[in-house]
Design a protein around this ligand. Structure first.
Ligand SMILES: *Cc1c(COP(=O)(O)O)cnc(C)c1O
Length: 428
């Protein structure tokens, strides 16, 4: 595969932006390759500037559940743009999208639109702290909630888990308010709440972890979070930035039958445009400015073009439930195919899948928390990734990311992917 134009563009980009990119994972540094520069995308395909055609399993990291450049979404964006790009004033489309989300997710009684998932989680944390008057928050190792200070925290060495910054520039004084536990650790959650439950503002959790590969929550884990937060007057924030409208039209909270106090959204609700949102209990959301004293704002929040893209996406998904059925069936087919191809080649592989999110880990498994994920053989992953890219299959360039399948992927494309994987696994 020829990548000469991408190489040239990447060399220039590296002189202009840190690592040549505007979000680190795109630099392909883990896998030691030049990222293809993308020219256009349609359906399940992306095309790079050198004319290479790939089947895409990244889907812009989640938003493109309908496939790229879906006709109804593109039309909504183009039509809306005719009337202007931004007003910084209320427009009806904001309420349309709000109503849509609230009708599908009953725990959300009031909602605020923002511009990214990071903004949504950061604002939800502030809402929880403002509402409870408490500072401490709890998160889980391997979950990613965007790059705000309080959330870029990993487990410290102590047993009860005062966090350490996972980025330079995050004050240790702030990190001490973020406590971290292992994902799916029911006993750890109970122990922590027994000790200091009445100091905790909130627990934030990915209901299906999708930023350490894919790791589903055990139902009793989410149930425990729900019970313990309620018992101690803390809030449960379910971060559905990735899972929202991906694992089902009622999101992960519908799938697992939980009722969080606050929910964060992003990715799919923007249909590929920069949108995030947070919402939940009325008594909490009524504390947000201008109604209450918890401040949060945004010049471009509720942008009409972004709202139109989100609305068109949500309309298509809610009127065509078969998109979910198809995308999930294709994901199951892919993951099962990859597993048997690996077994044939004598390579141990653990797999996880929920809806149209899937993951393969180069380890025996099972993989139920970050400690398990870390057993994966990253060198095998790297070779597998490069082999698949060369065959024309574009997966996330990191073991710690999900495989995203869209409603546009066909059975034939999935089967071709599996055939390519057989060739690649044999050479590992
Ligand atoms: C992607 C993601 C975020 C951050 O969203 P951005 O739009 O990248 O800021 C937060 N939480 C989860 C679960 C995510 O997957």
């Amino acid at each position: 595969m020829n990548h000469s134009l991408s190489e040239k563009l990447f060399a220039e980009a590296k002189t202009l932006m840190p690592g040549g990119v505007n979000s680190p994972v795109r630099a392909f540094s883990n896998v030691g390759a030049t990222p293809p520069f993308i020219k256009r995308a349609k359906g399940s395909h992306i095309y790079d500037v050198d004319g290479n055609d790939y089947i895409d399993y990244v889907g812009s990291w989640g938003p493109m559940l309908l496939g790229h450049a879906h006709d109804a979404v593109i039309k909504a964006v183009a039509d809306t743009a005719q009337n202007g790009l931004s007003f910084g004033a209320p427009c009806g489309l904001e309420s349309e999208l709000a109503k849509f989300v609230m009708s599908l997710v009953p725990s959300v009684e009031m909602i605020r639109m923002v511009n990214s998932g990071t903004e949504a989680t950061m604002s939800a944390i502030r809402a929880a702290r403002g509402f409870t008057g408490r500072d401490k928050i709890v998160k889980f190792e391997g979950c990613y909630h965007g790059h705000s200070d309080s959330l870029l925290i990993k487990a410290g060495s102590g047993m009860l888990t005062t966090g350490k910054p996972s980025s330079k520039g995050v004050p240790a004084d702030l990190a001490k308010y973020t406590l971290t536990l292992q994902y799916n650790d029911v006993a750890g959650v109970k122990e922590l709440f027994d000790k200091i439950g009445d100091e905790i503002a909130c627990v934030i959790v990915e209901p299906v972890a999708g930023n350490m590969g894919v790791v589903p929550a055990k139902p009793e884990f989410l149930q425990t979070l729900s019970e313990e937060t309620k018992k101690h007057g803390a809030l449960l924030i379910v971060d559905e930035v990735m899972t929202g409208f991906r694992v089902g039209i009622h999101c992960a909270q519908g799938l697992y039958a939980i009722k969080p106090d606050l929910t964060t959204f992003g990715k799919i609700i923007g249909g590929g445009m920069p949108v995030g949102a947070y919402g939940g209990r009325l008594d909490v959301m009524q504390q947000i400015a201008p109604l209450g004293g918890i401040y949060q704002a945004g010049t471009l929040s509720g942008n009409p073009v972004a709202m139109a893209a989100g609305l068109a996406t949500m309309r298509e998904l809610s009127t065509h439930p078969e998109h979910y059925v198809h995308a999930e069936a294709m994901t199951k087919r892919l993951i099962a195919g990859l597993k048997s191809a690996a077994t044939e080649a004598g390579i141990p592989l653990a797999t996880n899948q929920v809806g149209s999110m899937g993951c393969i880990f180069f380890t025996e498994g099972p993989v139920t928390c970050f400690a398990d994920v870390q057993k994966s053989d990253l060198e095998l992953f790297r070779k597998y990734f490069l082999g698949m890219l060369d065959e024309g299959f574009y997966f996330a360039p990191s073991q710690f990311e999900a495989i995203f399948v869209s409603a546009a992927h066909t059975e034939d494309e999935i089967d071709r992917t599996i055939e390519a994987a057989k060739r690649v696994f044999k050479k590992l």
